[in-house]
Write a protein that binds this ligand. Sequence first.
Ligand SMILES: Nc1ncnc2c1ncn2[C@@H]1O[C@H](COP(=O)(O)OP(=O)(O)OP(=O)(O)O)[C@@H](O)[C@H]1O
Ligand SMILES: [Mg+2]
Length: 246
Amino acid sequence: MTSDPARDDVVLKLTGVAAGYGRIQALGGIDLEVRRGQIVTLLGANGAGKTTTLKTISGLVRATAGTIVLEGRDIATMKPHEIARLGVVHVPEGRRILRGLTVRENLEVAAFAVRDGALRRSRLEQVFAQFPILHARQGQDGSLLSGGEQQMLAIGRALMQGPKLLLLDEPSMGLAPKLVLETMKIVKRLNRDEGTTILLVEQNARLALRLADYGYVLEGGMIRMRNAAAQLREDRSIVQAYLGGG
Ligand SMILES: Nc1ncnc2c1ncn2[C@@H]1O[C@H](COP(=O)(O)OP(=O)(O)OP(=O)(O)O)[C@@H](O)[C@H]1O
Ligand SMILES: [Mg+2]
């Protein structure tokens, strides 16, 4: 049988995924697909289940139903570190910079699982090239960076791991408008220049839909809408529900 290239292009496929916290069901059976080289954005109001979706993919929250297939392999029952080793790198909400470690150490520690020292060094150089401010501040305690710089460090830490699929949870949260734009440009650049596949959760739906190829709208733990980002941008109901203020 010949393989279907369109099918092979799917890096991640969630089918009927449910998850929650004790008795609280946060995801009620969602289907979602991310194709290689795409930016897919996940939109929705507070509490819709966006973070839970990312956590379920990276194994931090256990799926109670459904399958999560990464490049043909079901990862739904794997442990977070096993999933990370397959190239799924999760940048959580709120950055998670390690206090007491310098900027450089924060980056190096992120790549601890990368055995090849030359590869680690070349990635560090790449991160410094992408984020000159991190290079300039490499000897400073990571927790002393500004919010925007910490976000760059968080993304830099993810890049040190050589992600196949990058899960970004609200990278622009708490940043000034100028830095929001800057962060989004970085996301776009990663996608375009490195070919990194990205699943992006973003409050700023207008911006996210400008970057993304495809979008999903979550509501109450269910997928309410899915379409090409260009299509979603034109959709009145989306504009009213999520893009109103922006
Ligand atoms: N650790 C937890 N324990 C219990 N309930 C939780 C926990 N984390 C999230 N929830 C609940 O699960 C649901 C989905 O939350 P989730 O964090 O996925 O939403 P979100 O779409 O990321 O929202 P936000 O835009 O505010 O970040 C919410 O009802 C939330 O209250
Ligand atoms: Mg969230």
